[in-house]
Each structure stands twice: as C-alpha cells, then as structure tokens.
Write a protein that binds this ligand. Structure first.
Ligand code: GLU
Length: 315
C-alpha cells in the first residue's frame, strides 16, 4: 500500500533583478507551508527569458535566500538548461495536432484581436485557419528560382476546452473560460524561446511538485497550466496564490522596475514584515537570527490566515 505523496513545494524566481519584498513574500509563504508540513522545498531559477535577465541577479537571489535562512532541497534547477525537455513536450502536443504556427506580429494582433481579456488581447485565431505547410503543394524549382524565406513564427496551442475551475487554498474557487478569456496562447515565441506557461508545467512535473504557493499575479495563469498538464498527461498540483505587495502609492512591487531590494545584511526586519504581510500571528520573541525566526515561525504558520485578496498594501 502506498501512503500519501509527500509534500513538495518550490520557489521559482526569474533573475530579472535582485530579490525584492514582493518575491520575499512568495518565498516565505511557499517555504513556511512546505516546511511546516515537513515537506521539501525546491528552488528553480526561471532564466528562460535570456533577453530580460539581469547579469548577476540569479546568484544575488540565491545569496539573499541563504542570508534569509532558507534552505532548499537538491540542486537549483535552471530553466536555461531544460530546452530539450520543453521541445519534447511541444513535439508531443504537435503530434496530437494541438498546435499551429502563427506569424502574426504584435501590431497585427492588436489590430485584429477580437477582444482584450484580463491577460491581454485575445488572439482571433487568424493562423489557425491557415492551411498547414504540409497541405500546400511545394513550388517547383523551375517556377520559383528564389528560395522562399518564411519569417520566424510562434507556435500556439489550439484551446478547445470548457471553462476550467480549481480550488485555490487562499483565493477560493477560480473559474476561467480559456476560450473566451485567453484564446489560443503561445507555447514557443517567434524568437525560439519556449513560453513560461509550457516551461513551468514541464518543470513542476519534472521536479515532482505537489503544491504551488506563489503570487496572485499568476492566479489566472493556472487554468492554462492545468490545461497543458491535462494534455501532456501530467499531474495537477494544489495551488495557493498569495496577495501581491503594493507600495505606498498602490503600485505592484516588481524586480524589473527596481523596487527596493531586500537587504541580505539585515534579514530580520524584512522577514518579520513579510510574516505580518501574510497576517501570521506575532512571534513574541526576541529574535536575533533568521534561524531563530524560522524555528519559531514554522509551527505558528497557518495558510488559512492569509487573506483571499489579489493585493495588499505593505504594512
Ligand atoms: N518566475 C515567476 C516569477 O518570478 C514565478 C513563476 C511561478 O511561480 O510559477 O514571478
């Protein structure tokens, strides 16, 4: 008889800048939930989008996590080294005839999009109706002396599914109709990079992640990920989306616009602030080190206390 699958959580930062308070909140929430359930906690560096990467940011993030007393299981997985796995998943979807190439530019898309959903313009499916290259008779060498150069194309998923729903352990029930709210989404960009939605699904399965705790900016990415899991025959983890931190002016903190990074030389104030931000009970102790913080915090952590909001102001 097999017992329940042991909890395996993860933190998956993108190295687009140093760790700031918003990502610290995601790290604290996912770590506290994993460790308080005697689970494992893995770190994955989402360095897929090389053009957006800031040199040195990946090392700085890992150094900051260490300074804040986080300890992770196993080696850090780097998405930049996982291209073959993403290509294999994409090939599988293409064999199932679930994908098609799309040559529409952003400008064409903006001009033709049927509607703009919460996730941006909804692709009207222009290239879905284009005959597949294999159905077009090849031009004979005599009639076409100049080689035909096709511009780089993105690959999209044909989205044909009834509305998807899941129970988020913080936000409650979430329902999304991918066909009307998102449309056929990109799996590989025209520049050849695999899209986040595909990579995250392949990697969460590869790392055996059972539970995902992350920021609420990704709540509405989850149905896309669930659809890909289903099509690829991969398990769907549990999900919990934490409120995003807003600064004093009500703007979302983000690494790329250089929101104030947290200071690895002075971790306790930021740890306590993240703890309070997640509405956890006061620790009532004189804490001198991150190790003392975690020793006290882990048996007081309660995910049910995190408010079901998409945003909260930093306290
Ligand atoms: N890499 C994403 C970020 O830094 C997080 C992805 C995820 O947790 O699924 O915002």
């Amino acid at each position: 008889m097999t017992g329940p699958v042991p909890y395996r959580g993860r933190f998956a930062p993108s190295p687009t800048g140093p760790l700031h308070f918003g990502s610290l909140v995601a790290a604290v929430g996912s770590y506290a939930e994993a460790r308080s359930r005697t689970g494992q906690w893995l770190v994955r560096m989402e360095d897929l989008d090389r053009p957006r990467e800031v040199p040195g940011a990946a090392d700085a993030i890992l150094h900051t996590l260490e300074a804040f007393g986080f300890s992770w299981d196993g080696p850090v997985l780097h998405q930049s080294r996982r291209t073959a796995a993403y290509a294999a998943a994409l090939a599988r979807l293409s064999e199932l005839d679930l994908t098609y190439p799309c040559g529409c530019s952003r400008r064409q898309m903006a001009a033709t999009a049927a509607a703009v959903g919460p996730e941006g313009p909804i692709y009207p499916g222009t290239c879905r109706r284009r005959p597949a290259a294999r159905d077009i008779p090849p031009a004979s060498a005599a009639s076409s002396p100049v080689p035909v150069i096709t511009p780089p194309e993105a690959i999209r998923l044909r989205v044909e599914t009834p509305p998807l729903s899941f129970h988020d352990r913080v936000q409650g029930w979430i329902v999304q109709d991918l066909m009307t709210e998102v449309g056929d989404f990109v799996l590989r960009r025209a520049d050849g990079l695999h899209a986040y939605q595909l990579a995250v699904v392949v990697d969460d399965a590869f790392q055996g992640i059972t539970d995902i705790v992350r920021g609420a900016d990704l709540t509405r990415s989850t149905p896309r990920q669930m659809l890909l899991q289903r099509l690829l025959g991969l398990p769907t983890p549990g999900y919990a989306h934490l409120p995003l931190a807003l600064d004093g002016l009500g703007r979302k903190l983000s690494k790329s616009d250089a929101a104030t990074p947290v200071d690895p030389r002075d971790p306790l104030p930021a740890l306590l602030q993240a703890w309070a931000f997640l509405c956890q009970p006061p620790l009532r102790a004189r804490l001198a080190t991150p190790a003392e913080f975690w020793a006290r915090a882990l048996d007081r952590w309660d995910l049910a206390r995190v408010p079901p909001r998409a945003f909260s102001r930093v306290v």
